[in-house]
Design a protein around this ligand. Structure first.
Ligand SMILES: *[C@@H]1O[C@H](CO)[C@@H](O)[C@H](O)[C@H]1NC(C)=O
Ligand SMILES: *[C@@H]1O[C@H](CO)[C@@H](O)[C@H](O)[C@H]1NC(C)=O
Ligand SMILES: CC(=O)N[C@H]1CO[C@H](CO)[C@@H](O)[C@@H]1O
Length: 523
């Protein structure tokens, strides 16, 4: 049933038609779209951008008054926990090279640029007692450079680089972070909100909490799954909601912007059409992203019932006097509900899911994985690049988009990340294929009723991929880390993206070529 997607040599249009019948058909009711129609137009007003994050590109980790973040700390550990022993100390040096970055955006013809602000560049002590003017000047320069060329800035307030000072006090597990984070957010609205109309409160609660405080696969590398991940999640959602309310009441009336959260969501599909597997996949979707999305977007708010029930039941069986999931009070449920203008969606992967006896004793107790108790895997048949967990499965993306629309009253969705990792090299045909297929899935979902407002490839250029260092290349532009100028060169996928933006349509037969990149008139 899923195999057709592995036939990557098959002409895409042919495969799409089979899959619409074979894959989409069974799981989500949908019209069969004539995917042979090419090119296919994007709706009027649909926005195209590209994304980065401060720690991954800026470098200048200790320049001009910037203080230490958890990623500075992690990358300077001996021995290094980073795959290639690298760090973001210099990275792409965007702190100095931002004008070249904006030039690349003009070459592509972007409508907006999504980037993040380094908390430690704005507040040297982590707290609001003192503002670092050099840090403010850097972001003012970048914002003004973007606006000069009519590229809308979209700011991620928090993209993982927590001040180390705050980590020393427990980071996201300390409820005081709700005030510390919102002091910081307020200063950003105050400083930049006259020109910035798109605000993302937090990037990827799942990664921050589950990987940072549960599995230890991202900074601060805590392995407290079953406790740390849940406590982090609660504080993070409340911090997000408080920033939303501050913006909504105090800044929106004069600044008139949009504010939302970006949630990373994988798609869990049943391994077979058995009831057990369908239930396992549904539970996995609720644990993976429903845990963060329901309190904000679901009609009655709160965590998904299945998440509350499973964790409470496991906790009781394990002898804990109360659920390890700290629940929300009725006041908090009300405070959180409806606090996002858009559903910011980051999506990378699909997994097949089952739950049978083989799951018993498989995971550490207690833990998130044990609370959920499913086994998931990616089919080895699916196309993969250099990142083992990122495969090309556009049908999973389609199903996820439809599921979000159906679960949350057709909430407007803004895709704030989607991408594919390759090895070095400019001939990134896999990424070209990936973008064509995933944008095709976006068009299919729109055709079937989803309200999707924009798309953001991860990433504008290669960058420091956290614990993977520079071994994973996600960029439309390749960065030469051995050159002092950190030379940026467009890959084939950059030429594809430029063509999509020029025509506001997707032509699956368009084959991009490596030629010289130029800035078109009007950019
Ligand atoms: C606010 O922004 C919306 C678009 O996001 C626009 O239609 C509206 O005219 C703006 N209102 C003011 C008062 O600027
Ligand atoms: C559980 O299901 C998987 C996938 O269908 C299967 O490979 C495995 O043998 C099953 N294990 C048990 C103990 O039933
Ligand atoms: C313009 C600029 O500051 N370039 C710097 C980029 O990074 C290299 C090495 O990391 C420096 O030598 C350059 O001066």
């Amino acid at each position: 049933m899923y195999r057709c997607w592995s036939e990557t040599n098959m002409p895409a249009t042919y495969c799409v038609n089979i899959v619409l019948l074979a894959c989409y058909g069974g799981l989500v009711e949908s019209k069969v779209v004539d995917a042979r129609q090419s090119p296919r137009k994007f709706p009027d007003g649909f926005l195209f951008g590209a994304a980065t994050a401060a720690y991954q590109i800026e470098g200048a980790w200790n320049k001009d008054g910037k203080s230490e973040s958890i990623w500075d700390k992690t990358c300077h550990m001996v021995p290094s926990p980073i795959a290639d022993g690298s760090s973001g100390d210099i990275a792409n040096d965007s702190y100095h090279l931002y004008k070249r970055d904006v030039e690349m955006m003009r070459e592509l013809g972007l409508d907006f640029y999504r980037f993040s602000i380094a908390w430690t560049r704005i507040f040297p002590t982590a707290y609001a007692d003192k503002i670092n003017e050099a840090g403010v000047a850097y972001y003012n320069n970048l914002i003004d450079e973007l606006l000069k060329y009519n590229i809308q800035p979209m700011i991620t307030i928090y993209h993982w680089d927590l001040p180390q000072n705050i980590q020393d006090l427990g980071g996201w597990t300390n409820p005081n972070i709700i005030d510390w984070y919102t002091d910081y957010a307020r200063v950003l609205f105050e400083l930049f909100g006259d020109r910035v109309k798109y605000w993302i409160t937090v990037n990827e609660p799942r990664e921050i909490c589950r990987q940072g405080y549960g599995k230890g696969s991202l900074a601060p590398l805590y392995t407290m799954s079953g406790f740390g991940d849940y406590i982090c999640g609660k504080n993070l959602l409340l911090a997000h909601a408080k920033a939303y309310h501050i913006y909504d009441k105090e800044y929106r009336p004069k600044q008139n912007g949009t504010i939302f959260i970006s949630i990373s969501a994988a798609r869990y599909e049943p391994n077979s059409d058995s009831e057990e597997d369908i239930k396992a996949a549904e539970d996995a979707n609720m644990f993976d992203w429903g845990m963060y999305a329901h309190p904000i977007f679901f009609e009655s708010g709160d965590y998904p019932q299945i998440v509350k029930d499973r964790i409470a039941q496991k906790s009781a069986e394990q002898g804990y006097p109360r659920s390890r999931l700290p629940e929300f009070t009725p006041e908090e449920i009300d405070y959180l509900r409806g606090t996002s203008d858009l559903f910011g969606l980051n999506h990378y992967s699909t997994h097949l899911t089952y739950r049978n006896e083989s799951v018993i004793g498989y995971y550490k107790v207690p833990s998130y994985d044990d609370d959920l108790s499913i086994i998931s895997y990616a089919s080895p048949d699916w196309l993969t690049g250099s990142h083992p967990r990122i495969k090309t499965t556009p049908w999973g993306f389609y199903n996820l988009l439809r599921k979000i629309s159906e679960s949350y009253n057709n909430v407007p969705i803004f895709i704030t990340e989607n991408g594919y990792a390759t090895y070095e090299g400019l001939e990134d045909d896999d990424r070209v294929y990936h973008f064509k297929e995933y944008l095709g899935a976006v068009l299919d979902a729109i055709n079937d009723g989803s309200d999707i407002r924009g798309y953001t490839p991860w990433s504008l250029m290669d960058n420091f991929e956290w614990l993977q260092g520079y071994t994973q290349r996600f960029g439309l532009y390749e960065v030469d880390y051995s050159s002092p100028e950190r030379t940026r060169t467009p890959r084939k996928s950059a030429f594809l993206y430029k063509e999509i933006l020029r025509t506001k349509s997707l032509d699956k037969d368009y084959e991009p070529k490596l030629t010289s990149m130029t800035i078109d008139e009007g950019h």
